[in-house]
Design a protein around this ligand. Structure first.
Ligand code: SF4
Length: 132
Protein backbone atom coordinates (compact mmCIF):
# COMPACT_ATOMS: atom_id res chain seq x y z
CA UNK A 1 0.00 0.00 0.00
CA UNK A 2 1.46 3.40 -0.95
CA UNK A 3 1.53 6.39 1.38
CA UNK A 4 -1.15 7.92 -0.85
CA UNK A 5 -3.37 4.87 -0.43
CA UNK A 6 -2.87 4.97 3.34
CA UNK A 7 -3.90 8.61 3.63
CA UNK A 8 -6.89 8.18 1.34
CA UNK A 9 -8.06 5.15 3.33
CA UNK A 10 -7.58 6.59 6.79
CA UNK A 11 -9.10 10.00 6.05
CA UNK A 12 -12.21 8.34 4.64
CA UNK A 13 -12.44 5.97 7.62
CA UNK A 14 -11.94 8.81 10.07
CA UNK A 15 -14.52 10.99 8.30
CA UNK A 16 -17.13 8.24 8.67
CA UNK A 17 -16.17 7.48 12.25
CA UNK A 18 -16.62 11.13 13.24
CA UNK A 19 -19.80 11.77 11.25
CA UNK A 20 -18.19 14.62 9.34
CA UNK A 21 -18.05 15.54 5.66
CA UNK A 22 -15.10 16.30 3.45
CA UNK A 23 -15.14 19.89 2.30
CA UNK A 24 -16.60 20.26 -1.17
CA UNK A 25 -15.08 23.70 -1.69
CA UNK A 26 -13.01 23.24 -4.85
CA UNK A 27 -9.41 22.37 -4.06
CA UNK A 28 -9.64 22.26 -0.26
CA UNK A 29 -9.86 18.51 0.29
CA UNK A 30 -7.30 17.87 -2.44
CA UNK A 31 -4.78 20.36 -1.03
CA UNK A 32 -5.03 19.05 2.53
CA UNK A 33 -4.80 15.42 1.45
CA UNK A 34 -1.80 16.15 -0.79
CA UNK A 35 -0.15 17.87 2.17
CA UNK A 36 -0.76 14.87 4.41
CA UNK A 37 0.60 12.50 1.75
CA UNK A 38 3.69 14.68 1.34
CA UNK A 39 4.37 14.64 5.07
CA UNK A 40 3.83 10.90 5.33
CA UNK A 41 6.23 10.36 2.43
CA UNK A 42 8.93 12.75 3.62
CA UNK A 43 8.58 12.67 7.42
CA UNK A 44 6.95 9.25 7.89
CA UNK A 45 4.16 10.89 9.90
CA UNK A 46 0.88 12.61 8.86
CA UNK A 47 1.80 16.01 10.25
CA UNK A 48 -0.98 18.56 9.72
CA UNK A 49 -0.16 20.49 6.52
CA UNK A 50 -1.95 23.69 7.58
CA UNK A 51 0.55 25.04 10.11
CA UNK A 52 4.02 26.51 9.96
CA UNK A 53 6.54 24.56 12.05
CA UNK A 54 9.97 25.95 12.91
CA UNK A 55 11.14 22.34 13.33
CA UNK A 56 8.92 19.63 11.85
CA UNK A 57 10.77 16.78 13.54
CA UNK A 58 10.35 18.35 16.97
CA UNK A 59 6.68 18.86 16.24
CA UNK A 60 6.33 15.20 15.35
CA UNK A 61 7.79 14.23 18.74
CA UNK A 62 5.20 16.41 20.41
CA UNK A 63 2.39 14.68 18.41
CA UNK A 64 -0.12 17.47 18.96
CA UNK A 65 -0.44 18.08 15.21
CA UNK A 66 -0.36 14.53 13.91
CA UNK A 67 -3.62 14.00 12.05
CA UNK A 68 -6.14 13.66 13.60
CA UNK A 69 -4.75 16.44 15.76
CA UNK A 70 -5.58 17.14 19.38
CA UNK A 71 -8.13 19.78 18.41
CA UNK A 72 -9.98 17.28 16.26
CA UNK A 73 -9.93 14.57 18.88
CA UNK A 74 -11.04 16.87 21.67
CA UNK A 75 -13.32 19.39 19.96
CA UNK A 76 -13.98 17.90 16.49
CA UNK A 77 -12.54 21.09 15.03
CA UNK A 78 -10.46 20.76 11.84
CA UNK A 79 -8.84 24.10 11.11
CA UNK A 80 -7.66 22.77 7.71
CA UNK A 81 -11.36 22.45 6.79
CA UNK A 82 -10.86 18.90 5.59
CA UNK A 83 -13.46 17.51 8.01
CA UNK A 84 -16.45 19.82 8.18
CA UNK A 85 -20.08 19.88 9.27
CA UNK A 86 -22.93 21.53 7.40
CA UNK A 87 -22.31 24.00 4.54
CA UNK A 88 -18.57 23.31 4.42
CA UNK A 89 -18.12 25.04 7.76
CA UNK A 90 -15.94 23.66 10.54
CA UNK A 91 -17.68 22.30 13.61
CA UNK A 92 -17.15 24.81 16.40
CA UNK A 93 -19.81 23.75 18.88
CA UNK A 94 -17.40 22.03 21.27
CA UNK A 95 -14.66 24.68 21.19
CA UNK A 96 -14.03 26.99 24.14
CA UNK A 97 -15.83 30.31 23.63
CA UNK A 98 -12.56 32.20 23.23
CA UNK A 99 -10.98 29.81 20.74
CA UNK A 100 -10.00 31.44 17.47
CA UNK A 101 -12.17 28.99 15.54
CA UNK A 102 -15.23 30.05 17.45
CA UNK A 103 -14.36 33.70 17.04
CA UNK A 104 -13.75 33.31 13.29
CA UNK A 105 -16.65 31.06 12.32
CA UNK A 106 -19.23 31.58 15.04
CA UNK A 107 -21.25 28.66 16.39
CA UNK A 108 -21.54 25.73 13.99
CA UNK A 109 -23.34 22.73 15.40
CA UNK A 110 -22.05 19.18 15.30
CA UNK A 111 -24.55 17.11 13.26
CA UNK A 112 -23.36 13.93 15.02
CA UNK A 113 -22.28 14.82 18.55
CA UNK A 114 -22.39 11.17 19.55
CA UNK A 115 -19.55 10.32 17.16
CA UNK A 116 -15.84 11.03 17.34
CA UNK A 117 -14.10 13.15 19.95
CA UNK A 118 -12.28 10.22 21.50
CA UNK A 119 -10.44 12.65 23.79
CA UNK A 120 -13.50 14.74 24.66
CA UNK A 121 -12.71 14.41 28.37
CA UNK A 122 -9.40 16.19 27.85
CA UNK A 123 -8.54 19.81 27.24
CA UNK A 124 -5.84 21.05 24.94
CA UNK A 125 -3.81 22.04 27.99
CA UNK A 126 -4.03 18.51 29.35
CA UNK A 127 -2.42 17.27 26.19
CA UNK A 128 0.32 19.89 25.87
CA UNK A 129 2.94 17.36 26.94
CA UNK A 130 1.02 14.31 25.83
CA UNK A 131 3.22 11.37 24.78
CA UNK A 132 6.40 13.06 25.94
S1 SF4 B 1 -6.59 20.31 11.38
FE1 SF4 B 1 -6.28 18.38 12.46
S2 SF4 B 1 -7.82 16.97 11.68
FE2 SF4 B 1 -7.67 18.69 10.25
S3 SF4 B 1 -6.22 17.98 8.68
FE3 SF4 B 1 -5.05 19.14 10.21
S4 SF4 B 1 -4.36 17.57 11.65
FE4 SF4 B 1 -5.99 16.64 10.44
Amino acid sequence: MTERDKILAYTETYRRKTGTNFSTVPGVKEAVIEGLIHHLETLKKPLCPCNFYPDKNKEIEHRRWLCPCNEMQIYKYCHCLLYVGENNLPITEHLPQDHEGRLSYGLNKDPHPELGRDLRHKTDDDLSDWHK
